[in-house]
Design a protein around this ligand. Structure first.
Ligand code: ARG
Ligand code: ZN
Length: 463
């Protein structure tokens, strides 16, 4: 009897080993290397598997004259599997030391992948802190496709830092994919006289000693890595708040000094207007930065859109500020859904025009719709952004047209309630096209699949 019971207990233990539930799994199988990509099949090397970043603490020292950067990135993360090793994305730059939870870790750095092997493996669901000491002269990314130059771009007096889609790895080790958002703190030290502008708000006054000034910025809301910036140079600043009371900071390179007041006022006015159309502003401050960088390029860096080398007009300010809701607060999980950023921000430009009593969104829509059937836009379905042609005009314009077609189908009342619900339900989270279609159908009570199929997925002009 006794023996018999013991045999059953042994059998049960053996069976639970075979079943291999995580808690009972043998140690060797419980820890394995994290994947070198996060699983975006269009960008297989971007991001990493096996963990989720909660917070980046970036300490950066930069000297424009020598273009040398010294950095320490301290990253707090949670494991999503047992990890014997894991990767960070980092392109160029020399890594001198890596620690995990304070203990030195072995590492290799090849191409854009920094592989870290902690002294002790990390258990599934454990939180850990990895610290990377690195230095060198950051080089921007120049893509083989049509993305141009992005990431950390040195300028005569500092750097223009705009990293969409995957240029964060040119200046800090990261899980460089929008599906992993985190909060950020920045400590940036530059020669006195240089201003360092990062996301979020200044924590304390910049402090100067020994001819160098340290700026501390903190972004307390989750942020995708591509929206992080540390734009540096000579800047004229204007600080205050929007008429509705959102802290507002505008900065302009001395060459664009005459743009400063307009940038400040327009950014404030538009931030407040979007708050009435899309719902409460998602972040703790707004503003904009105009730098002297000849690219005709703008990026919706969180709280501080960046405009490169031109005097931004209302249209582009309306666009980049609309991204604070659509792109920054609501973030795509996969790049193929980029129209959820660019289509919405483009449609916002049309809404701004309509609001100002200029051309209505409907008139703008009709202009675009009258483009000949052979226009390249009709061949490119915007609902599936192509990795080798991510920022195609169709993703912007036909994406915007999709929203107008939807507005016409469901009526203004439902359409504008939908925009607000979309922004509220997914605030600080991740979104997909499927989720949007589902909400639109639920709120309108209509079958909208044919409309979205025609506008987002057909390689020809919708009727
Ligand atoms: N999101 C930016 C905009 O709204 C475009 C970024 C283009 N990125 C690039 N690497 N070319 O205008
Ligand atoms: Zn945009």
């Amino acid at each position: 009897m006794r023996q018999h019971r013991r045999a059953i207990a042994l059998l049960a233990a053996f069976a639970s080993l075979l079943a291999c539930s995580p808690a009972d799994a043998p140690a060797a199988a419980a820890h394995r290397p994290g994947a070198s990509g996060i699983g975006d099949t269009d960008f297989p090397d971007d991001g990493n598997g096996g963990y989720d970043v909660r917070h980046y603490d970036l300490a950066i020292d930069y000297t424009p004259a020598t273009r040398r950067l010294d950095g320490v990135a301290t990253i707090k993360a949670g494991a999503t599997q047992g990890l014997s090793s894991f990767n960070l994305d980092l392109l160029g730059l020399d890594v001198s030391q890596v620690t995990v939870d304070g203990s030195p870790a072995r590492f290799t750095h090849q191409g854009g992948e920094l592989t870290v092997r902690p002294a002790e493996p990390i258990d599934d669901r454990a939180t850990f802190t990895v610290s990377v000491r690195y230095s060198g002269r950051p080089q921007p990314a120049t893509s083989t496709t049509n993305l141009g130059t992005f990431g950390f771009i040195p300028t005569a007096d500092g750097a223009f830092v705009a990293s969409e889609p995957n240029g964060s790895k040119t200046w800090f080790p990261s899980n460089d994919h929008p599906s992993d958002k985190a909060t950020f703190a920045f400590t940036i030290t530059v020669p006195a006289g240089v201003t360092a502008l990062a996301n979020g708000e200044l924590t304390g006054e910049p402090a100067t000693s020994g001819g160098r000034t340290t700026y501390r910025w903190s972004e307390r809301h989750p942020m995708a890595t591509y929206l992080a910036t540390a734009t540096m140079g000579k800047f004229k600043l204007r600080k205050g708040s929007t008429p509705a009371g959102v802290p507002n900071l505008a900065a302009a390179d001395p060459r664009f000094a005459s743009s400063l007041d307009k940038l400040y006022k327009t950014s404030g006015e538009i931030t407040d207007y979007w708050s009435t159309v899309f719902g409460p502003y998602p972040f703790a401050s707004t503003g904009g930065v105009v730098d002297d960088y000849a690219a005709g390029y703008a990026l919706e860096n969180q709280t501080k859109p960046l405009y490169g080398g031109f005097d931004p007009d209302e249209g582009i300010i309306a666009h980049e500020l609309a991204h604070q809701w659509f792109g920054n607060s609501l973030t795509i999980r996969r790049w193929k859904d980029l129209w959820l950023n660019e289509g919405f921000a483009t449609y916002a430009e049309w809404l701004w025009s309509e609001h100002k009593g200029k051309k209505t969104a409907d008139a703008i829509f009709k202009d675009h719709h009258s483009r000949p059937a052979g226009d390249p836009m009709w061949k490119y379905p915007p609902g599936r952004a192509k990795p080798d042609d991510l920022f195609n005009q169709s993703v912007y314009t036909r994406g915007g047209m999709t929203l107008h077609a939807l507005r016409r189908a469901v009526g203004d009342d439902t359409f504008f309630r939908l925009l607000k619900s979309w922004a509220a339900d997914n605030r600080y989270g991740h979104v997909t096209t499927e989720k949007f279609i589902e909400l639109a159908e639920r709120m309108s009570g209509k079958d909208l699949k044919p409309l979205f199929a025609a506008w987002l997925y057909q390689p020809r002009r919708p009727a």
